[in-house]
Design a binder for this molecule. Structure first.
Ligand code: ADP
Ligand code: MG
Length: 539
């Protein structure tokens, strides 16, 4: 008979180890990010211990050095941080998924309010070394008084060797003996490239090939009050050397209910169908994570450029976790709100400057309105409509402006617009002569924007100036006398239709005494709207 039992599930290390090495990260270059982050943590911990009064020695010049020996086929990551005793190696290195970083934070949780400093968390990063190395050696000496240096060696099997070693100063060397299938990493340019990508803004000096590779205090870590416009522009050039100057930017800074800092820049996008995407970089405690921010940043904000840094974005092994994460959803909402607030501030602070920028940011605002109801709630106050005379109006102002003259007999506001002022010139002129206003809605997103406004606002109807005769576009229920007989009208209409030979087009003959356009050739609003929309989707 089966005995009732409770117990511990066990793991066969020799089976699980290859899986960790192979599948922990899809990108093998990540090993360097992980080992440099550990070295940074080792120095940050020492700095913190000194601040708690637990380390009285000389901190010296805290730094991390990466070196390459092409002949010996090794890459070494060295630091002058806290180091490890033999016991600590057994605890933190030999136990997979036991994080010394978490252990440290737990131990000092009452003393440290600056928990943002330590990068490590999962206790897995170190083993990423075996993605590229056939053998890993650690030579380390703890900061503690009279500590003995220790050496740990492992060839990627589940067996290790731990011995005494010689090391004059406190700190750690991690020596990677690069495997034959990973020799691409024994290349100066390659290492430099990886460091530029992941280590560029790490908070502790990182040196490679005699040069410092990072800026330890990027501006997003500073208070906005310390920074000038020039600082923001300089940083933008640092991120995107070839780009035009940004229009403006938002400095993000929250610590509740999650931690997030960053700077988002509004680039000049104009009327471009293809936006410059993947220009936002995601960091966690100044370590570069990815520039695929798809799940963290709302889709319409992907047109922005800049940096987001949050230790609360889970850097799990797989990015597919991101979508489901509650923090990520909150971050998403927060960023949308901040962007809307910033635009609202700009609008209120300087209407004229806002109008001048509108041709650049209009596309972005309209895209936001289409994709996010919360954004719409704020944007409906500052999104602008521009008419053919270059005047701007908010939605409320515009309603006010045309109310008297452009209501049809059903009390629906008829908004006239053009998509091509040159081609539709005669229709625009004719509308103006009747005192009607004509909007310029000629960007790729406008057909969708028009549909959205018709759905969101009540009793409003958009008509392109050439969609029908003006009398039918704005039907006020008044019967106009024609100077032609019905018979003449029918004949004329038939003649025009024969010549045009296009069933999509309507011909109408009006010929009122005041008409500038006795014959109007139009395409129904719904048909041309379908055409405009398919142009945007690239059909
Ligand atoms: P994590 O960084 O998430 O804690 P890792 O697997 O990257 O996990 O590292 C495991 C532990 O090994 C660290 O938490 C730390 O205690 C120790 N360690 C790794 N590298 C160093 C180093 N350069 N100096 C001191 N301790 C280190
Ligand atoms: Mg780590």
């Amino acid at each position: 008979a089966v005995q009732n039992e409770k117990g511990q599930i066990s793991i066969h290390t020799e089976n699980i180890f290859p899986i960790i090495k192979k599948f922990l990260y899809s990108d093998h270059e990540i090993f360097l990010r992980e080992l440099v982050s550990n070295a940074v943590d080792a120095t940050q911990k020492l700095r913190q211990l000194a601040s708690f009064g637990e380390f009285g020695g000389e901190l010296g010049d805290l730094k991390v050095t990466v070196s390459l020996n092409e002949e010996a086929k090794t890459i070494t990551i060295s630091d002058n941080g806290i180091g490890m005793t033999a016991d600590e190696i057994k605890k933190y290195i030999n136990q997979i998924a036991f994080s010394g970083a978490s252990d440290f934070l737990e131990k000092y949780k009452d003393k440290t309010d600056d928990k943002g400093q330590i990068i490590g968390h999962f206790g897995l990063g170190f083993y990423s070394a075996f993605m590229v190395a056939e053998k890993v050696e650690i030579i380390t000496k703890s900061y503690r008084d009279n500590a003995e240096a220790a050496r740990w060696i492992c060839d990627g099997s589940t067996e290790f060797e731990l011995t005494a070693a010689e090391r004059a100063e406190r700190g750690t060397d991690i020596i990677l003996y690069i495997a034959p299938d990973s020799e691409e990493f024994l290349n100066k340019g390659r290492i430099r490239g990886i460091l530029d990508k992941y280590a560029r803004f790490l908070p502790v000096t990182v040196e490679f090939d005699g040069q410092v590779v990072n800026n330890t205090t990027p501006i997003w870590t500073k208070a906005p009050s310390e920074l000038t416009d020039e600082d923001y522009k300089t940083f933008y050039r640092e991120l995107y050397p070839m780009s035009e100057e940004p229009l403006f930017w938002i400095h993000l800074n929250v610590d509740y209910p999650f931690n997030l800092t960053g700077i988002l820049y509004f680039p000049r996008v104009k009327n471009e169908l293809r936006f410059q995407r993947e220009k936002i970089q995601l960091y966690s405690r100044q370590v570069f994570i990815t520039d695929e921010v798809k799940d963290v940043v709302p889709d319409f904000l992907m047109m922005l450029h800049g940096v987001i840094d949050s230790p609360d974005i889970p850097l799990n092994v797989s990015r597919s976790f991101l979508q489901a994460d509650a923090n990520v959803k909150k971050i998403n909402g927060y960023i949308t709100r901040k962007v809307a607030d910033k635009l609202n501030d700009l609008f209120n602070a300087d209407r004229k400057a806002f109008e001048e920028k509108f041709d650049d940011i209009g596309l972005f605002i309209k895209y936001g309105i289409l994709s996010d109801d919360k954004f719409w709630e704020k944007a409906k106050n500052f999104v602008l409509l521009k008419n053919t005379e270059g005047q701007y109006a908010t939605l409320d102002e515009y309603r006010e402006k045309i109310q008297a003259n452009q209501l049809d007999k059903n009390d629906t506001l008829v908004v006239l617009y053009t998509t091509d002022p040159k081609q539709q010139d005669a229709y625009i002129e004719s509308a103006r002569r009747r005192g009607y206003d004509v909007l310029l809605l000629n960007t790729v997103i406008d057909p969708h924007f028009i549909n959205a406004l018709e759905q969101k606002l009540e009793k409003i109807n958009f008509q392109r100036v050439d969609a029908d005769t003006l009398d039918k576009l704005i039907d006020k229920g008044i019967n106009n006398e024609s100077v032609l007989s019905e018979d003449d009208k029918t004949k004329l209409k038939e003649t025009f239709e024969q010549v045009l030979n296009n069933k999509m087009l309507n011909v109408s003959i009006e010929a009122q005494p005041t008409d500038e356009l006795p014959v109007t050739i139009t395409m129904p609003e719904f048909m041309r709207r379908m055409k405009d929309m398919s142009a945007l989707s690239g059909e």
